[in-house]
Design a protein around this ligand. Structure first.
Ligand SMILES: [Zn+2]
Length: 410
């Protein structure tokens, strides 16, 4: 058997395949927090961490953590990892890739007897997706100290509360605070993750430095016109709420394209809809996202102005309600610079991308600087069994991660 330090992309993928067998369902991959599959995944990962020269512990929320001391024992650590839970019927790379690659990188240092000025901690977060209890990033929130204890009362589909599940897993909910890390213990948090989008594949590039995790605004829009008989009301006199909504949907699309951002109308409901009735009342949602809050707020203002103008011209009423507002999480410039430098060293183009999806880094940013590397994935597919990466890209991602771990610039 090869030592971990000699692992190539095929070996890394074999480990990812091994982890993917730990599923709550027989015909696909679903791994949820505080289950026996979570226990087995933590045990398997802990063994790989020990093989790579790390001391291993499980923290108070069930994150698995391996520590590789620096040249001075007890030095602050760069934390590197990702999550070990999955969505239902998941792919095998979203999450585990970042953990397996980080372990392989530490194994390389260990095999060479190399110690860095800082310590390294590899973490497998217990729950990022929120599949079992609905609340996301339980593991990273506990580490960052932003865990909302109300989440302990959340129940899964079988009525088991998170607190009960923790107890069955061998953890004590009353000691949850023990998972929290102090500022100064960690230099930063670094994560390798599949892109979950099609951009790198289209550009023919294997990796990118993430600039920020997008912030988001969600709106509910109600348009009120006048319902009427489809046969008797002339076109000229109509106040058709659905026709106005259709113009608004296209305005949302046009504004987002113009701003180079993303905005989506994902739901539209016509009240009392009938084939022979002019719609009097329509509701729809808007989800818009941006890597910078000023860009998001500018797009929001543009969309609102366009929709109000369209509705005024049609003499229909419009109300816009904000349902959800989440600030963008910028990645630390030092880590972006360090990823760029590592790309240059490996002869790779240093491409930059914003993350459209949420990640543990959002929680970790409350505690320390964060950085992320995206790895190309086939067709941009994620949260699906068809999720796919190549062994070559996987090895490259792990090599890049190691370079940044050596010189994080923090
Ligand atoms: Zn993920």
């Amino acid at each position: 058997m090869k030592t971990a330090s000699a692992m190539d992309g095929l070996d890394l993928c074999a480990r990812l395949d091994e982890l993917a067998k730990l599923s709550c369902q027989s015909d696909g991959l679903t791994r949820m927090v505080m289950t026996k599959e979570h226990r087995r995944a933590n045990d398997l990962v802990a063994n790989w961490m020990r093989e790579a020269g790390m001391s291993v512990r499980e923290d108070a929320i069930g994150n698995i953590i391996g520590r590789y001391e620096g040249s001075t024992p007890g030095a602050p650590a760069l934390m590197v990892g990702s999550h070990l839970d999955s969505v239902r019927n998941a792919g095998r790379y979203d999450g585990p890739l970042g953990v397996i690659a980080a372990i392989a990188s530490v194994a390389g240092l260990h095999a060479a007897g190399e110690r860095l000025a800082h310590a390294l901690e590899v973490i497998g977060f217990c729950d990022e997706e929120g599949t079992r209890f609905g609340a996301t990033m339980l593991g990273s929130r506990a580490v960052a100290g932003s865990f909302d204890e109300a989440a302990l009362a959340l129940r899964d589909d079988e009525g088991i509360s998170l607190a009960e599940a923790m107890t069955r897993f061998g953890l004590d909910p009353a000691r949850l605070g023990g998972a929290k890390r102090q500022k100064g213990e960690l230099l930063g948090y670094l994560e390798l993750h599949i892109e979950q989008g099609p951009v790198l594949e289209a550009l023919g590039l294997p990796v990118a430095a993430v600039t920020a995790i997008n912030g988001a605004t969600r709106l509910a829009v109600t348009i009120t016109g006048m319902a009427g008989h489809a046969g008797t009301v002339p076109m000229a006199g109509r106040r058709d709420a659905l026709a106005a909504a259709a113009e608004c949907v296209l305005a949302v699309e046009a504004a987002a394209r113009q701003a180079g951002l993303v905005a989506t109308v994902g739901r539209l409901d016509v009240k009392d809809a009938a084939i022979n009735v002019i719609a009097g009342h329509v509701q729809f949602t808007i989800d818009l996202r941006a890597p910078r809050d000023d860009l998001r707020l500018a797009l929001l203002a543009d969309i609102e102005a366009r929709m109000r103008g369209l509705c005024a011209a049609r003499d229909v009423g419009i109300t816009i309600t904000r349902l959800h507002e989440l600030a963008a999480t910028p990645c630390a410039p030092q880590l972006i610079g360090s990823i760029d430098a590592a790309c240059a060293k490996l002869g790779l183009e240093a491409h930059h991308l914003a993350s459209g999806a949420g990640h543990d880094g959002m929680a970790m940013a409350k505690l320390c600087p964060i950085g992320m590397i995206f790895l190309r994935c086939k067709g941009g597919i994620s949260h699906h069994p068809d999720e796919s990466i190549t062994p070559e890209d996987t090895a490259l991602g792990a090599r890049l991660l190691l370079e940044v771990m050596r010189k994080p610039g923090l």
